[in-house]
Design a protein around this ligand. Sequence first.
Ligand code: DQA
Length: 159
Amino acid sequence: MATILVLNGPNLNLLGIREPEVYGAETLADIEALCAATAAEAGLGVRCLQSNHEGELIDAVHAARDTTVGAVVNAAAYTHTSVALHDALKSYPHPVVEVHLSNPHAREPFRHHSYISLVADAVIAGAGSCGYAHAIRLIADRTAATGDPDTDEPATTRK
Ligand code: DQA
């Protein structure tokens, strides 16, 4: 079964507890379950990983190159700092959708720049957990349009 990588960055393990007025009441487990259910509707699977460590996120992108058909990425604070994650995603050969629970552009100025947006096919911000479901559907649609989900091999690759 073709698989979508769902990558969550630092502090997102605390969802539900951390600033619920900003990030919502749902836990990371809730969001990962939503991703799995949404992907299943399209006949796809998910591989979910959350890490507080930049290198682990980069390793996950590398490991997903040949085994996934797209990536949903909420890099959290690394969004605004990580050239290394930007570079890893730049050489990831499938669609990348950047997701944020909140709308960083309506927040502090240091959240206004994203290193991920430069290498993302789409950005969904401020839609809460629904943003993840939209991102999964977007990748599912692109996979259906460009490749065979049964083989994990898109007929055309983006980069
Ligand atoms: C976030 C926004 C980032 O600015 C912040 O550092 C996060 C979460 C979001 O989902 O809204 O940790 O990516």
